[in-house]
Design a protein around this ligand. Sequence first.
Ligand SMILES: N[C@@H](CCC(=O)N[C@@H](CS)C(=O)NCC(=O)O)C(=O)O
Length: 211
Amino acid sequence: MSEEYVPPKVWVWDQNNGGAFAAVNRPTAGAQHEAELPVGEHPFQLYSLGTPNGQKVTIMLEELLELGISEAEYDAWLIKIFDRDQFGSGFVGINPNSKIPALVDRSGPEPVRVFESGAILMHLAEKFGHFLPASGPARAEVLSWLFWQVGSAPFMGGGFGHFYHYAPFKIEYAIDRYSMETKRLFDVANNRLKETRFLGGDDYSSADMSA
Ligand SMILES: N[C@@H](CCC(=O)N[C@@H](CS)C(=O)NCC(=O)O)C(=O)O
């Protein structure tokens, strides 16, 4: 099936390609409908969902609260990606990339939007002085592992999940490619964790939350 496919000279979007995300994703960005985001009473407003990327920020906020930092209190709002909530005008206003998680930090004089899970983890870690060393080699190591995770797992693991689970039919080449890369990433982590207790070093950090 897949070996018979000849890519066209100019690719054209086929909305009804049968995939689970066919009704959700389009090749364009921007708001698709008007929808304001709810705002609660706490300093942080989290717009997210319990996916691997979404969970990272919730883990960080809960760990901060666990340390007794009440300034990290947050309201969590569900963004249902299969209902296309990520394309509402309010959500696109805080994340033009239309992906969860997104955060609004309302602890200062002006609300600050932060999107991309890695950027949100860094923002919170720096703000509260936890889970990311302030300087030196330890900081470089945690940042390396944090960026390793956000630069590879959402795309590779997400690609594996897409072709293994969501695609309308199974394509051996795509599944082989993404499985191999996903396994390789786990091996990178396994090798690292033979040397150090946590990904970033001796201490639990934002890199572990991300992974
Ligand atoms: N690079 C992004 C990836 C986020 C992402 O892929 N989010 C997915 C759910 S896990 C999403 O919102 N998908 C909705 C869509 O593709 O329309 C991050 O690290 O925050």
